[in-house]
Design a protein. Structure first.
Length: 439
């Protein structure tokens, strides 16, 4: 039995009528924030992308090989080309128009183009330059932007170790954001940031955990980069708990997997979930990018032995559990992976609504999100790129807030309701117009 279908057994009552409350927020916070990211992407801006060049040249030149297609104005779907300036500008214009009052933007990394074109390798200067261009776009539209390091933001794709001078470079490029970078940032690229007196973001550097980073070791190795960061992560969560605050976790690479292979090193992966579970009383949600899918994942608690594991809604069924086993598990944590700008799939931007009053739910509780996407095919043809609403989470899932109990209901909806399951499968891949979302 699939883990997802089995999860239904856990649930005895079907809740979930949408409560269409008109939300009134405090003056200080508007109650919306934006999440931009990409999977193997995020922005992945490539200022050297030229419309009309050949896809086989990674959209840099006309090399006479048109078999793989021709570079479109706003990007070329499903190709190995990165995001042209036109797409990145359209995305920023959209965000400014759609959420001008957003309290903050979480930007889960990967500003720069890939280093795929052997005839036009990325230089260290370009990596820095592109990072600066993205900062300038953000500064023109938003006052609070919280960035983290992506695996393509470092000079040598995926590889970085503690005490690398690039952390000081990031700090200097991101200086205009005016955030709370501490000594850990200088050493290894992670930091915390207060949003309000009772809400904080913990901004990780997931490169310390990544299997692809050749310069780091397992998290159970003494003195490893991952070891230091997980210790800091726990301490930061202790601080949140002590202060009576709540936390959002920002991660570039999600603790998920592709074809059963975890993105994180094994000991990092298991301890990571154990931390997410142990501090589920203070963690409101975990946000990530990197993997391009619109993916829901739950932290599960084994109620018999108190250990933690996880289940991803469809797509990854790497926790095959029997019905009996499933009776033991309870959703305690919420992981939201948003799709990205890079046109591997249709480009996407997400706008969250969160609790600011703290009357019904703790401040910071995710109440809803609107997922927007652009249809590249149409944009290339018309010469005009428009972001459209793909779906509104509360309507799609019939859930009015997205804490652990809300996510339990979402998993239930995906399991029980074939229509919701089909919709989720489509939006997981940001199919957009090919399969319009119907509620
Ligand atoms: C983008 O533009 C090119 C050229 O106009 C076109 O051939 C292609 O089909 C368009 N669509 C996508 C999704 O790349
Ligand atoms: C550390 O974790 C790895 C991966 O799970 C494992 O193979 C190794 O035996 C562990 N080492 C120690 C010292 O526990």
């Amino acid at each position: 039995m699939s883990s997802l279908a089995s999860l239904v057994l856990l649930v005895t009552t079907v809740t979930g009528i949408i409560i269409p409350t008109k939300r009134e927020y405090g003056k200080a916070l508007s109650g919306t924030f934006i999440h931009v990211t990409a999977g193997h992407l995020d922005f992945h801006l490539d200022p050297y992308y030229v419309e009309g060049t050949d896809v086989s040249s990674f959209c840099h030149t006309k090399d006479g090989d048109t078999e793989k297609g021709v570079a479109g104005r706003f990007g070329t779907l499903g190709s190995k080309c990165d995001s042209p300036t036109a797409l990145v500008e359209a995305a920023f214009a959209f965000m400014k128009a759609q959420a001008p009052d957003a309290d903050f933007v979480i930007y889960t990394g990967d500003s720069t183009r890939h280093d795929r074109d052997k005839k036009f390798l990325r230089t260290k200067e370009q990596v820095i330059e592109i990072q600066k261009i993205i900062v300038n776009y953000f500064l023109k539209g938003f006052s609070t932007v919280i960035p983290i390091v992506g695996n393509n933001d470092v000079d040598k794709h995926n590889d970085i170790k503690d005490f690398d001078e690039q952390y000081l470079e990031f700090k200097s490029i991101w200086e205009p954001y005016n955030l709370n970078y501490g000594s850990e940032f200088d050493r290894a690229g992670y930091y915390t940031q207060d949003i309000s007196s009772n809400l904080r973001t913990i901004n990780l550097n997931t490169l310390s955990f990544s299997k692809k980073n050749k310069l780091v070791d397992e998290c159970n190795a003494t003195d490893s980069s991952g070891r230091h960061q997980l210790d800091w992560f726990k301490k930061s969560l202790e601080d949140v708990r002590r202060d009576g605050s709540k936390a959002y976790i920002l991660a570039h690479i999600p603790p998920n997997s592709k074809k059963d292979k975890h993105f994180y090193r094994e000991s990092c992966y298991s301890e990571y979930y154990s931390i997410l579970g142990s501090y589920s009383d203070v963690i409101l949600a975990h946000f990530s990018g990197h993997f391009n899918h619109d993916q829901l994942t739950a932290v599960l608690k084994n109620t018999e032995d108190g250990t933690y594991t996880r289940v991803a809604a469809l797509g990854e069924e790497e926790v095959p559990m029997t019905a009996q086993e499933l009776e033991k598990y309870k959703v305690v944590g919420v992981l939201l992976n948003a799709p990205s700008i890079i046109p591997e799939k249709n480009p996407a931007v997400r706008i969250y609504k969160y609790e600011t009053e703290g009357t019904r739910f703790p401040v910071g509780t995710i109440l809803d999100w609107d997922q927007y996407y652009a249809n590249l095919e149409e944009a290339n043809q018309s010469g005009n790129l428009k972001f459209k609403l793909e779906y509104t989470a509360s309507k799609l899932y019939n859930v009015d807030h997205f804490d652990a109990s809300g996510l339990q209901n979402v998993f239930e909806a995906i399991s029980l309701n074939e229509n919701v399951r089909t919709q989720y499968t489509n939006i997981r891949n940001v199919l957009g117009n090919e399969a319009p979302v119907e509620y």
